[in-house]
Design a protein around this ligand. Sequence first.
Ligand code: IYR
Length: 234
Amino acid sequence: MTATTEESWEPDHGAPYRPVPYRPQRMEPSESLARSAELRERMAGRRTVRRFSPDPVPEQVIRDAIACAATAPSGAHQQPWTFVLVRDPEIRGHIRAEAEREERISYDGRLGEEWLAALRPLGTDEVKTHLTDAPALIVVFQQRYWLGEAGEKRKHYYVDESVGISVGMLLSALHLSGLAALVHTPSPMRFLSRVLDRPENEKAFAVIPVGYPADDCQVPDLRRKTLDQVMVEV
Ligand code: IYR
């Protein structure tokens, strides 16, 4: 399959959309069932990885995953996201140093005892080797508002929801393409705007190291809630 050719998009404030037909071919229920069962199993195999191999990953796979994430629905179709792909080892080192500085303060008590207790089973700490081991970081920014070239501002709606959905789609795309990832949320994340030189309307949402698990990678022996525990039928 060839890559989709894309036309660039700019917000056209207030202009109505032209309705166009949407009639995807309906899938046979048996085919749907085969696909949903396979997807369910593949998604159940996704694990958050904290120990990455430095081996490079095919850059196009990451680009495709970001393109998938950018198909997410968003409030008023404002698409309030920017995905910054960082491969440069020096910048990753810089991000790691700044993240660890903040995390050290967090783990030394800023999080509070209840939060630290909730994290203890996972064994996370302030050492963030994944930021320099993984060959790529995707730093996701939320566009808190739209900023025009002349400095005009417009509200964006449901930004947290929209960007959260797109990150979920990003993680699914990465996993289904064979790459491991971690959602890292150094807190506070303001340093990322400075290090990555992002405009004032953007706020960091998460840092997502991407790569292959290290050969000696281990993950916690955790279990997920069952379908019965998460789903209620009325
Ligand atoms: N942001 C910190 C702490 C942390 C918080 C939660 I909630 C986690 O699920 C994992 C970690 C860190 O990245 O270590």
